[in-house]
Design a protein around this ligand. Sequence first.
Ligand code: ADP
Ligand code: S3P
Ligand code: MG
Length: 188
Amino acid sequence: MNNILKDISIFLIGMMGAGKTTVGHLLAKELGYSRFFDTDSLIEQLAKGQTINEIFTTVGEETFREWETQVLAELSTYKRTVISTGGGIVLRQKNWSYLRHGLIVWLDVSVELLIERLTEDKTRPLLKDADLKKKLQTLLEQRQSLYNQADLRITVQPQETPEQVTKRILEAIPSVLKPPAIPPSYFN
Ligand SMILES: Nc1ncnc2c1ncn2[C@@H]1O[C@H](COP(=O)(O)OP(=O)(O)O)[C@@H](O)[C@H]1O
Ligand SMILES: O=C(O)C1=C[C@@H](OP(=O)(O)O)[C@@H](O)[C@H](O)C1
Ligand SMILES: [Mg+2]
């Protein structure tokens, strides 16, 4: 796998609760990549240890999105790295120019499954005080066509473990890597 990937980095995108952070760790390990980063964790560090909830409260979503772009810009220069992004990273056109530095994998998870995973979760500010189903449906409607611009779409099944999802990503990667250019010597 490493031969095929060369030193390409992988960016995981998808809705909140899709499993990007969980699977990203495993994927980096399986690929033998020593580096794994989660954009949200880096933003929390940048904000001197504030949680994402606190950041949304103190500086607001717009500043969070600005920091998200800054963090992504830096990460896009890294090779052989798995990067789990926040679900809203796809919203800014500028972010796509950074994501395109690597292979973009969309973890596609149904709203029903997202609800199961996020019902008890209090770490996502955009879901606070909201009708969970309605909010997730609205966000997915707004974002689906953006997620769809990924290089690879992995549709996660309800019973699939993070390990199984990781294995499916690894199996699917070769099909989306561009074939090597034909060497000039071929035409001589
Ligand atoms: N394949 C899976 N099967 C069951 N639970 C999962 C799976 N992937 C993630 N989870 C759980 O779902 C929740 C959200 O996962 P997380 O990795 O934080 O998603 P994201 O980073 O995409 O928001 C966590 O509680 C995590 O343990
Ligand atoms: O979808 C979003 O807009 C967000 C997703 C979150 O990350 P996860 O996708 O890892 O939950 C986090 O960046 C923030 O709460 C906003
Ligand atoms: Mg995450």
